[in-house]
Structure formats: structure tokens, C-alpha cells
Ligand binder design. Sequence first.
Ligand code: ATP
Ligand code: MG
Ligand code: FE
Length: 345
Amino acid sequence: PLILGIESSCDETGVAFVRGTTLLGDVVASSVEEHVRFGGVVPEVASRAHLEALIPTIRRTCDEVGHSLADVDAIAVTSGPGLAGALMVGVAGAKALAWALDKPLYGVNHLAAHVCADVLDHGPLPEPTVALLVSGGHTNLLLVNDIASDVIELGASIDDAAGEAFDKVARVLGLAYPGGPHIEKAAADGDPNAIRFPRGLSSRKDLERHRFDYSFSGLKTAVVRWVEERERAGEPVPVADVAASFNEAVADVLTRKALDACEEYGVRDLQIGGGVTANSRLRVMAKERCDAAGISLRVPRVRLCTDNGAMVAALGAQMVQRGLTPSSLDLPADSSMPVSEVKAP
Ligand code: ATP
Ligand code: MG
Ligand code: FE
């Protein structure tokens, strides 16, 4: 079956065609440039951009793969979590298509879709898999028993997401938004061990209650304080060292807890996804630690780590393959959809 996927949860309008675990075509229209001057995604601006981009993006994807909408067997759309107004555009568009084409509609969870993107590069996920999702809005550690229907949240950030921390620290260092790539670039010339920044929720006491949870707001505050002290003393801020040390702290705590989860649940496979996965230090550290622990690591190509329609179509395809009941045509755009709800009812 040919699956059309639509993504609109944040600032990317993504449309793709997937068959099984094969990606046939994938077009992403991003409004990120429109948010740069605000230093973060502005929900109203994002919604309007989706509205303008959705139909042209669907057309471009059809052209790219040489299929018309009449060829589509099922439609998958992100129904949550994300920005309410942004989600609503994709959901409304998908419903209209499903109704007009008389095809089944699957409302899928954006976080599960991030994990599922990996099947397009590496084939079906081993089950169970531990998945670490690190994006601009989320940091979650998941136990995936069945990617289409059984995903358990082991932990999540109790404050900022990892990507958010990159963006905030970049601002403090005078680097542009989105901060991740700029921090990574600055870090290349720095010493990751120059400053020992805190690893959130890693003390023995915190681990009792938050073994698989993350916290990045304390780290961000530590960086701010460190920089401010330097400035007060009239000393130059070693941007490269701060960036490298911050990046090291994030990669360290992310990978350590992910590997601990693998051990705790006796799982031999770790999957990492989300925009922060573009970070090369995170990739290298994850690979080293997985190799040392005998765990096999799956990380999709960067394009599939950031928001796109391909991951949504991929998850829809898994649902179709398993014969799951489609979502109702009055499925909601659910801005706080829990990851345990992989498919909207
Ligand atoms: P969500 O999926 O949670 O709704 P989102 O769409 O904003 O959020 P993504 O597009 O997956 O998230 O990722 C964007 C985030 O990734 C930004 O916070 C950005 O700073 C971060 N990022 C991108 N490249 C890198 C990098 N090389 N190193 C670290 N972080 C990065
Ligand atoms: Mg984005
Ligand atoms: Fe995302």
C-alpha cells in the first residue's frame, strides 16, 4: 500500500510517500527563517506558514514521485503533540483528503513517528528497542515494544528539552538561532573538559526518583552564571570552551541514561532520533558507549532526524501493515498527546 504522510506539528510542513519501509519521496517546507528574528518559533507565524505551504508541498511531492493522490491507499498525519494551531492545519488537510479520496486516515503520534523514521534507513525496528528522542521540544527515553501500538515512556525532561537548552545557551554566547549547529561549530575548536558543567538528575538522590528523566535547566543556568562571572571580571569569554563543555555535558547525560535503560530492561538495541541527533559529539559518544556495552545503535541520516513527513508516513505504513483500525474522521489535533497513545482513536 502507498501511504501519504503529512507533518505540521512545529515549523516544518512535511509531506512524503512511503511504501512499506521504502521512502519514495519527501518534501519539507520550513518556516524556520521567519522565526530567526524572534529567536524561537512563533506559533501564529508557523500556523500561517503551514496554511500557505501545505497544498503546494503536497503537489511538489506528487510531482517528485510521479504519483497522483488517486494512487494513495492511506493517509497518515501527525495528530500531536505539538503547537495546536500548527497541528490543526495538517490534521484538517489530511481529513479533507481522506474524505475526498475515501481512504483510511491514521492520526499518528509525532514522537513515535520520530522513532519510526529509522525504519526508512535500517528496516524494521527490533522489538523491544530503547529509543532516545532528542528534539527542539522533547527529550524522551522510550521503551518500544511495538512501534505501531506499544510505546512506553521510561523518562523525559522535567524542564527544558535538550534542543531548547542548545538554543538558550547559544543565545547567551551570542550565537544565532537555532543554536544547535552554531554551538557544535563553536565547540569544534574548544576543550570539552575545560569546564565541568552539571549533569542534570544524576546525583544518587535524584536517580532514586528520576532514574531515566532528564533536566537541562540547571545546566543552562550554570552556563549563564559562568559566562556572567567572566564578564563581570572583565575577562573574555572562551566561547569555544564553553560550547564544547556544554555540548559534552548534554551528550554525556543523554547517552548515559539511555544505556542505563538498555541495561535495566535487558534491551540490546538503542535507537536515537530528533533534531539534536545531528550533533556529532552525541553521535560519536553514543557509538562509543554502545560498542563498549555490546549494544547495537541505530541512528538515521540527519534529514530523517528533523521534522518531516516521511516519518509520519512510515509510522502510518506500520499501522496499515499490522491491520490496525484507522482513526476516526473527527480525530483531534492534540497538542499534548501522550507518547503512549501512538495512534489517535
Ligand atoms: P519537536 O520535534 O520536539 O516538536 P522541533 O521540531 O523543534 O521539536 P527538531 O526539528 O527535531 O525539533 O530539532 C530542532 C532542534 O535541534 C533545535 O533545538 C536545534 O538547536 C537542535 N539542533 C539542530 N542541529 C543540532 C546540532 N548539530 N547539535 C545540537 N542540536 C542541534
Ligand atoms: Mg523544527
Ligand atoms: Fe519533531
